[in-house]
Design a protein around this ligand. Structure first.
Ligand SMILES: [Zn+2]
Length: 97
């Protein structure tokens, strides 16, 4: 009877140690960009209000690789560098276009 109890205790401990990986659920979400498009989704000119990249002047129809939101509107840029440039002073770029 004693050995049965011991076996039972060991079994309980084994079960306790074999819990599925529940810890991984608590990984915080990485900060996502303002546009929640899945990775690899191409942006289209329909998604943005600007016909050309304000930072470099390239038409957005040639390809948009990054976007940002400003005052409720989406703007497309050929690169994240151009987006960063625009975001430094959006009002300036909008005023001159
Ligand atoms: Zn550009």
């Amino acid at each position: 009877m004693k050995s049965l109890m011991a076996l039972f205790a060991i079994a309980m401990m084994t079960i306790a140690c074999n819990q599925p990986e529940a810890e991984n659920k608590s990984i915080p979400n990485e900060k996502t960009s303002e546009m929640p498009a899945p990775e690899g989704t191409p942006y289209t000119t329909d998604m943005v209000v600007n016909a050309k990249d304000y930072a470099c002047g390239m038409p957005t129809s040639a390809g948009i690789s990054d976007t940002c939101h400003y005052e409720g509107k989406a703007y497309g840029f050929c690169s994240s560098e151009c987006k960063a440039e625009f975001q430094k002073d959006p009002a300036k770029y909008l005023a001159s276009n």
